[in-house]
Design a protein around this ligand. Sequence first.
Ligand code: CTP
Length: 407
Amino acid sequence: MQTPATSLTGRRIVLGVTGGIAAYKAADLVRRLTEAGAEVQVVMTANAQRFVGAQTFQALSGTPVRSSLWDETAEAAMGHIELARWPDLILIAPASANCIARLAHGLADDLLTTLCLASDRPVAIAPAMNRLMWAHAATQANLHTLMHRGVHVLGPGSGGQACGETGEGRMWEPLQIRDAVAALLHTGRLNGVRIVLTAGPTREPIDPVRFITNRSSGKMGYALADALARMGAEVTLVSGPTALPVPAGTRRIEVETADEMLAATQDAAAQAQILIGAAAVADYRLEAVAEHKIKKKADTLDLRLVKNPDILATVRAAHPQLFVVGFAAETEDLAEHARDKLLRKKLDLIAANWVGSGRAFDRDDNALHVFWAGGERELAHGPKSRLARELADLIAERYLAHPAAAR
Ligand code: CTP
């Protein structure tokens, strides 16, 4: 049984194995990571394969090992640039002195170093080497460079070494590395926290065959649901119509109209601690939906619309204990409108983005400006999956600092 703190459910890890006797411990590390729920793709350097066979890692990770930039079959299945974007973390264990030097100098002369250079994901290294190589000024300078760039250095420990000497340079034990990885990825930070998240567009029927809707694809809301679930939250996704698959570990309730979305959200919110409104709710619906298909008889057609309930404001009023996060989609005066919505809807956090031609809706990238009482943070332009992770981290940070989290 895993304790919540070591859960890596749904986390993707590229495990780089470099040449060193500690490579045999990396086999046990694969087992520890996968036991904790992580998906592991092993990438071996040529020297690593002199110590342990790729078959061992393939058997333990359930996936063929990658080792070459020039493997056409593997590249056809997932190109190295795609692989660089795939993981939540690149972990190199053991990281040899040579590997550390190549990373510090930005070399890309094999698959592993190329992945590190082509990826914007966090990198962690677990060094393993002889104590004199570890203490050498060159190695220490290279480590300094890497740490300055944000690379996480796990270990090393000290003790008896394979070469018969005793000192610093032993790779951390697999369990120690696994726990450090879990802490690094903030998994479990929202363990057991119940979140209701609305996403996607709503559809307001005109007659049995037509409806009013908007350009929302649901991608940002779904990416956020996915990121929150990976942090241990129990996410109920109240979703308007989209073509997206249900994110792993979330419960989806499918709705069409704003009224249905409100009812489902009200229900789920009674048990929740956090409410997030990522849906693009239609502000108006038809006053009367035609019972039969409207025929094109007249030259003009008037549709009378009435205002839809505001889901966030209504649910917030009914459940004042909730920590509430809203989105604001704006075409002008972004900060002013976002701050106004924060106050008007009594939100705890609002994530604002620009919308309009070529921006945000139905795209895979976005940028966000997040506001709360007394603070703000810009989340730079990038893929929605990365933004969702950053926003999920910020939501956790603000929620855990809020009195609502103490209940
Ligand atoms: N929202 C909601 N219910 C509605 C309308 C919006 O819960 N009927 C939520 C959205 O999910 C989002 C936030 O309120 O989190 C802001 O949505 P937005 O459409 O930008 O704001 P509106 O309040 O509709 O204001 P306006 O149309 O004037 O910009």
